[in-house]
Design a protein around this ligand. Structure first.
Ligand SMILES: [Zn+2]
Length: 371
């Protein structure tokens, strides 16, 4: 399939001094840019390096274009040839500034803006990663508002979190994302945020009920729950990785949500899916009429559909009887204390002690007088 290049990608290639790949398909604006550069270069000392032939298409999305012109679904998944990771500092820099990686950086910024506009992140909250090699990933930097990131803010790391490129320090949560990616090869991108409706479930003792909305079963699957660990710690990465391996949406207790997908938009969609689902369940529960669930036979159909789409679901081999969700979700459920150490025996209150003493004294005095 020919490589389709937009004006931005052509600009990035030319500014890196690389030739435009042979056989590449240029969008009209990309072709205009090349023509303009050629004109500017005429008579100048430097020439635009264009490896012919290139083709112009009427309009082309950033994703793959079908050779036949048949309708298709754009594919934004980043694919690489195993064993070809950039290794030397020069290779890493070239890779980090290559056109496909610059495009992914822009997509991370887009998803960050969406997270912020939806109120899924506040302050510097949330982080985004995309796997771009056997042992390479792009990630957002630490201490940055997700709504206003620039491509130049992005970082490149290995999957142990060691920073390889980028001028800003990587997010401390990157290792949590990579703990999923290391266990689950289909997880090519992760998005972490604190969407309020789903996070409300994460800080409550109510389980998110299932068998309510078909789309949630298909696109979110069974929502995982990772027990609380301090954010950014190896223990947190271990727990989230363990749960995330076969749950695409993971509720992080007392924290937020992490979702993964085949590309960064796919992962972001799941963030929208889980928060919209939790918001709807919350409203429905507040109606006070109880929740109407569809049966396990119908749930089985949806799980099969999810598998057809290539998405994992730990419920795939469960029997209908095992799929019955008995989680009782109502407003006002009793909050339980989780695994806290047993409190020491309550120390006596000095004021109460003094009062009891005084009352006892008074009773004894009156008894004495009565004699
Ligand atoms: Zn967080």
């Amino acid at each position: 399939m020919p490589q389709v290049l937009t004006a931005r990608e052509v600009e990035a290639i030319l500014s890196s001094g690389q030739p435009i790949p042979t056989g590449a398909v240029l969008t009209p604006s990309a072709r205009d840019l090349v023509d303009a550069k050629k004109r500017a270069a005429t008579g100048a000392k430097t020439a635009v390096v264009v490896a012919a032939p290139v083709t112009v298409v009427a309009s082309a999305p950033a994703a793959a274009v079908p050779a036949t012109g048949a309708p298709s679904i754009p594919d934004y998944e980043y694919k690489w040839t195993p064993g070809t990771d950039a290794k030397t500092p020069d290779e890493i820099q070239r890779f980090f500034h290559s056109a496909p990686i610059e495009e992914l950086k822009r997509r991370i910024c887009d998803m960050g803006r969406r997270l912020w506009l939806k109120d899924y992140t506040d302050g510097n909250g949330g982080n985004i990663t995309i796997r771009v090699g056997d042992n390479l990933a792009l990630c957002t930097p630490t201490l940055i508002c997700k709504g206003f990131m620039q491509p130049a803010d992005m970082c490149l790391t290995d999957l142990d979190g060691n920073q390889l490129a980028g001028t800003r320090v990587r997010t401390s949560e990157a290792k949590t994302h990579y703990a999923i990616m290391k266990r689950q090869p289909a997880a090519k991108a992760c998005v972490h945020a604190h969407p309020p409706h789903a996070t409300a479930f994460a800080i409550s003792n109510a389980s998110i009920p299932s068998s309510l909305i078909p789309e949630a079963e298909v696109f979110l699957g069974k929502i995982g729950v990772a027990k609380y660990e301090t954010p950014g710690t190896p223990a947190n990465a271990e727990e989230v990785g363990r749960v995330g391996v076969d749950h695409q949406a993971v509720l992080m207790q007392n924290h937020g949500v992490i979702c993964w997908g085949k590309d960064v938009e796919d992962a972001y969609w799941k963030m929208e899916n889980i928060d919209a689902y939790c918001r709807t369940v919350g409203f429905a529960a507040s109606l006070g009429t109880g929740l109407h669930r569809f049966g396990p036979d119908k749930l089985k159909d949806l799980i099969a559909l999810r598998q057809k789409l290539g998405m994992p679901d730990p419920r795939a081999n469960m029997k209908e009887a095992e799929l019955i969700d008995t989680a009782d979700f109502r407003p006002g459920v009793i909050c339980q204390q989780s695994a806290a150490p047993a409190p020491a025996e309550t120390a006596p209150d000095a004021t109460v002690e003094a009062l009891v003493g005084k009352i006892t004294e008074e009773i004894l005095r009156q008894l004495g007088q009565a004699k």
